[in-house]
Write a protein that binds this ligand. Sequence first.
Ligand code: CTP
Ligand code: MG
Length: 168
Amino acid sequence: MHPLFEAFWYILPAYFANSSPVVLGGGTPMDFGKTWRDGKRIFGDGKTWRGFFGGLTVGTSVGVIQHFIIPTYYGSLKLSILVAFLLSLGTLIGDLIGSFIKRRLNLPRGYPAVGLDQWGFLISALCFAYPVRTIPTGEVLFLLVVTPLIHWGTNVFAYKMGWKSVPW
Ligand code: CTP
Ligand code: MG
């Protein structure tokens, strides 16, 4: 497998876990509308339970599909599900931490935080999956470079499809 393709194949569940809440989210916010000590929302209305569990389900399912496309990559269905689940959980928790930081900085929901939005979920996903499966450092660096570009591209796409109100 070409190293650049391997990096992309590995991170695919994280990308799906990060993007699917845009379509699947809505309803009760994860902070139940509660505020932090500073009087600002804990996470804000952009983080919902439906988005969280929807992203977790879609991301983990991607691992199942990946196993049936390239069975030799993880070697077992169990391992591919486990890695996809950890990458997805890491993605969604990283995204949540990002929103927590943004609210503390007084940034409104949906306001772009360059760096945090594109790298936060990626780094968190890589950390969660780290104990079970890793990729070489060079491939991690490649993902750090291409993820912001893919993130930007998919957000413009979601905006054009009418799924998002802002193109970032
Ligand atoms: N979303 C969701 N639940 C999540 C994550 C995302 O419902 N756990 C949905 C929300 O509708 C959100 C959209 O996906 O508006 C885009 O996600 P994101 O860019 O992460 O949220 P923002 O609206 O930009 O909010 P924030 O400023 O907190 O990042
Ligand atoms: Mg956003």
